[in-house]
Design a protein around this ligand. Sequence first.
Ligand code: ADP
Ligand code: MG
Length: 361
Amino acid sequence: MAELKLRDVEKTYGGAVNVLKDINLDIEPGELIVFVGPSGCGKSTLLRMIAGLEKITGGELTIDGQIMNDMPPAQRGIAMVFQSYALYPHMTVRENMSFALKIAKKSPDEIRTAVDEAAKVLQLEPFLDRLPKALSGGQRQRVAIGRSIVRDPQVYLFDEPLSNLDAALRVATRIEIARLKEAMPDRTMIYVTHDQVEAMTLASRIVVLANKGIAQVGTPLDLYERPENEFVAQFIGSPAMNLLPGKISGTGSQTTVALEGGGVAVSDIPTTDADMGKVVNIGVRPEDLEATQGDAIFTARVDITEALGEVTLLYFETEGDGIGLIAKLPGIHKGLRGQTISMTSDPAKIHLFHNGQSMRV
Ligand code: ADP
Ligand code: MG
């Protein structure tokens, strides 16, 4: 069981290029924690610092209380699974998976047992005698993971392991990774992805990285239901949460916001008289909008519809270069294109942001 702590960790290149700063994070033993964030935000850099492949230029990393900053990668008890799975082409699956243990001078019996166990967990038993070229992309990826498992590391690091796979295989391999975690409940895993569906489905907790730091840490549902800022609100969930500007016009146990577009929104987030008149953005997810004949958050003409089968997406026409508003209605809706519709939402589903930060306490 490995517990990782990051304290004020930062990364600069050549002292000038600041990539990450103020990273404070406790990773519990046995967690599958996911780092998610836009391209270039420092996910791989953070992972590589944990692995020891990149120098930590400030702050401290400990594993089980031991400072790791200057510990060589091989002595950290960590295995890293990369995006590209370079297998030895002339070796069978069993030979590929045995290789590191042979180098480590383990006995043939030990090697056989370790490889057999890993092959069972990864459902690779039927392929042990095949060469990599006779495997599918997903199977090769599992062999790459298998090479790590045989060394029985305490911590697994995955850097976008599915990004080279096609859509169907991504889903299948994602489920394999979830299964793998279940088969090894006491191993700690850190998984990097820019794909929020992967993050939502795999993570025990998600770390959203943005603007050189941590935007929020929480369970997938925490991030979905209680985003602490507009960045997380719009990064988690698809299509992204709608944001509409307005001013607080009524306070108390519920808050009323008069929206710039003329609509009105009511939120269950309580406010005081001191908040009256504050400039805010209301946030409402496309799936939380519903048509109404009464008071509306907005009334707009449907520009485009997308029927996805289980849901229909409505893209509303916007004035000038305004923000595009999107609603996601359950089921199939025909003939809405070109119609003008009023939309509202349950006050429990209305988020309020002031200066980009959630007003929920
Ligand atoms: P991500 O994995 O989230 O896409 P990376 O960790 O790969 O992001 O990169 C984070 C930032 O660090 C990027 O802006 C990248 O350009 C920068 N970076 C990475 N390596 C170097 C380097 N050797 N020198 C300077 N900047 C670097
Ligand atoms: Mg990366």
